[in-house]
Design a protein. Sequence first.
Length: 55
Amino acid sequence: MPGLPIPKQDGSKHSPSDALKIPSKDIPGSDSSTPKPSSVPAVPIQKGKLYSVGK
């Protein structure tokens, strides 16, 4: 989330917007059940590791 707003302000609004819109429609359109559960656990797992290392 914090990484998206940063590049957007730089001037890459079209690049990230198009890239996110294209795969976003393709992924949920084909298998909305597979990518959703995979992305959800992947995010918290990475965050937990980062927090552990920081601490």
